[in-house]
Write a protein that binds this ligand. Structure first.
Ligand code: NAD
Length: 454
């Protein structure tokens, strides 16, 4: 068995080593999951609901521990990490209502009774990225379990610790052994095995578009179900009729949260040309005011990047001579630090077209509404975005025209556990969260009961 080192990205200290599973271990885990699932799906709905509520309760009792672990493993600021652990609890609470509400339909037909059942798929494989380890895991495992499935989950190699702990807490809460298993390992081994194993009936993948395409192609061989949550290059569109002060004050947090390692990052700010100069004057102090530093401190707003390889990738987007308008400061010394950075490149520059996944934002001027929409849509991605305007009709027109799964008007909110989340175009396939997510972990079965006439 191989192992990998888990590094604290704020200090570069070794936290621990984690054993990486091989294919045989995955196959054993899938067999255990299948056995657990057969029993789980036969439990009374109220019993499954109670099991998920108990899991939520145990997560709630461990929020401080989970948050501290995420600070150490991922460099997330403590306040953000606490929110993330609380979000896991909330997602479990929300979907604990599912088992007792997952009703089918009774459809009027001639000659009998026709009903539909939402049958669980069986074993679901969830593959998560390193940027939001706990929350993205919960978006997969909570609705999948609620719909009567078992879950095997592979966390990202750099950030496995909170997910491993969630797997332990599931057992501690009384969920059956084997029902929810966390399987650390390489994407090319454990992740690929989820795709090729015939007993894994669906793969929920969150990560890069490149690997997502590979997962989808592999799943095709077995017509395996997939949900894909992939990359983004979202636009923050600022019209001249908006509250410009508020738009500028909030723009840094729409892109630099989690050090820009956020698939929803509004990493392209598009500003109407007649207010561009004023917007930049307002943006500069807002960017320089972002508090970057020790993630264990409560007033820290942005921590380090997750790893050295990722830091090197982000650095490559801002070489000497890059069109830097201004940037904030970041700590020096150990840790993968990169300051919030504002660029003013040409529209065709790779900083405008590629997902950087770091604290780097481009600002481009646009002429009018049509130009703003064309620019916003000029990307293979379509995950998120914001529209700043005080004109209601314009807000309606632009939010319908932007090809993106999650938009917010006069704010940067995008993820709530009770509303659907997912991408257009190459940002993904399917939706997570919201009231309908459990249905994507079921097959609809239609049964007709013939009724003899007297
Ligand atoms: P990644 O694609 O490198 O890895 C994601 C996961 O896939 C990891 O667990 C990895 O081990 C695994 N993996 C790698 N190769 C695999 C293979 N051949 N088969 C199966 N699994 C494999 O992505 P990352 O660098 O961890 O995450 C960053 C990316 O994730 C960004 O592009 C970001 O936009 C995206 N993301 C999207 C969302 C969303 O909801 N749309 C959310 C978070 C992150």
């Amino acid at each position: 068995m191989t192992s990998s080192q888990v590094i604290n990205p704020a200090t570069e200290e070794l936290l621990t080593t984690v054993d990486l599973l091989d294919v045989a271990a995955v196959d054993d885990a899938v067999a255990r999951a299948a056995a657990a699932q057969r029993k789980w799906c036969r439990l009374a709905p109220a019993e499954r609901a109670a099991g998920l509520r108990a899991f939520a309760g145990v997560v709630d009792a461990h929020i401080d521990e989970l948050a501290a672990l995420e600070v150490a493993n991922s460099g997330h600021p403590i306040a953000q990490a606490e929110w993330e652990a609380g979000h896991v609890r909330d997602v479990l609470q929300f979907y604990s209502a599912t088992p007792e509400r997952l009703s089918g339909k009774q459809i009027p037909v001639a000659g009998g009774l026709d009903v539909t059942f939402n049958e669980p798929l069986g074993v679901v494989g969830v593959i998560t990225p390193w940027n939001f380890p706990m929350t993205i895991a919960a978006w997969g495992f909570a609705p999948a379990l609620a719909a009567g499935n078992a879950v095997v989950l592979k966390p990202a190699e750099w950030t496995p610790l909170t997910t491993i702990r969630l797997g332990e807490l599931a057992i501690a809460s009384g969920l059956p052994e084997g029902l929810f298993q966390v399987l650390p390992g390489k994407g090319s081994v454990v992740g690929e095995r989820f795709v090729t194993h015939p007993g894994v009936r669906k793969v929920v993948f969150t990560g890069s578009t490149e690997v997502g395409m590979r997962v989808m192609a592999g799943a095709a061989a077995q017509v395996k179900r997939v949900t894909l949550e992939l990359g983004g290059k979202s636009a923050n569109i600022v019209f001249d009729d908006c509250d410009l002060e508020k738009a500028a004050a909030t723009a840094p947090y729409g892109v630099f949260d989690n050090a820009g390692q956020d698939c929803c990052a509004r990493s392209r700010i598009l500003v109407q040309r007649n207010v561009y100069d004023r917007f930049m004057e307002l943006l500069e102090p807002a960017v320089k005011g972002v508090v970057v530093g020790d993630p264990t401190l409560r007033d820290t707003e942005m921590g380090p990047l997750v790893s050295r390889p990722h830091w090197e990738s982000v650095v490559s987007y801002v070489p000497d001579g890059a069109p830097v308008a201004f940037r904030a400061s970041a700590p020096e010394g150990p840790g993968f630090w990169f300051p919030p950075t504002v660029l003013t490149p040409q529209r065709t520059d790779r900083t405008v077209t590629e997902e950087i996944f770091g604290p780097v934002v481009t600002v481009l001027p646009f002429e009018d509404e049509a130009d703003a929409i064309a620019l916003a849509n000029d990307t293979p991605y379509g995950l998120s975005g914001s529209i700043w305007t005080d004109n209601l009709s314009r807000a309606m027109r632009v939010s319908r025209a932007v090809e993106s799964g999650n938009l917010s008007v006069n704010s940067h909110s995008s993820v709530r556990y009770n509303t659907p989340f997912g991408g257009f175009k190459q940002s993904g396939l399917g939706r997570e969260l919201g009231p309908d997510a459990p249905l994507s972990f079921t097959e609809t079965k239609n049964v007709f009961f013939a009724v003899e006439e007297l």
